[in-house]
Design a protein around this ligand. Sequence first.
Ligand SMILES: Cc1cc2nc3c(=O)[nH]c(=O)nc-3n(C[C@H](O)[C@H](O)[C@H](O)COP(=O)(O)O)c2cc1C
Length: 285
Amino acid sequence: MATRTLLAADLNPIETNALLCGGIGPRPIALASTVSQDGLPNLAPFSFFNAFGSNPPMVAFAPNRRGRDGSVKHTYLNAVATGEFVIAAVTHAMVQQMNVASAEYPDGVDEFVKSGFTPLPAQIVKPALVQESPFQMECRLHQAVELGSGPGSGLMLIGEVLAFHAQEDCFREGILHPEKLDLVGRNGGAFYTRASGDALFQVGKPVGRPIGYDALPEVLRQSRILTGNDLGRLANSMEMPDLDAIKPQATDRSDPDELERAIHDALQREDMAEAWRLVGLRSRL
Ligand SMILES: Cc1cc2nc3c(=O)[nH]c(=O)nc-3n(C[C@H](O)[C@H](O)[C@H](O)COP(=O)(O)O)c2cc1C
């Protein structure tokens, strides 16, 4: 498969931004609420956003210099001037109003009013909470980091979370459940991802030390039928069964391709015992 390799030094900021936004996604979206020094509210979304520690809880997002002229966004100016911001998670039900809040309104325009989101007083900081969001964080500015000075350059705000607000009905089985939150993420161009329904799947964390890919029989590693995910599931096993001890059953196939397809199907059903039994048969052909 052909690969396009691009040296960062040969790209302009617009091309660079398109690569970063397309290749790093879906990105969580922070709907950031701030106030100016005069107390005027401001609200805007930012997808260069994540959490970076939990003790103390630290989050960061980047209201970068405008690509057009290198000017600084209201959110950054406000957060640096007041040392505070609120971050609200964005759900699918909030997407269109969030989009309105992203428009470049002039200084002094309150995007709560423009977007129709409802401001609610926060407990510790001055910026308002967003009533429509099921998960929010009140933050104190920890550090503002300038990552350049030209158009599109990074201006990162790192904040310590002082208070979390999570809607009670979003907790299920001890976690903030994605199905309940129905969050959205940002991809390249105008694409978004909805993190619920068919988009959700679970992958159990490795417990202990899995046997690893290198322990799998060579014939499996060379398979044209088994996928990287199939091999990954087998490699995630805690111990290698004794493959030589596996006895074929009357109904078992002896065709290598059919056996590999059967291994694939067993893994799809998460029937690890059957998958390993078939691996034993396949590795002896
Ligand atoms: C989903 C989404 C994500 C965005 N992410 C960012 C981002 O990470 N950094 C950024 O500088 N602008 C981002 N923007 C654009 C800002 O929201 C936009 O420039 C906004 O007008 C800034 O408002 P402010 O000047 O009131 O701070 C994003 C827009 C949308 C719709």
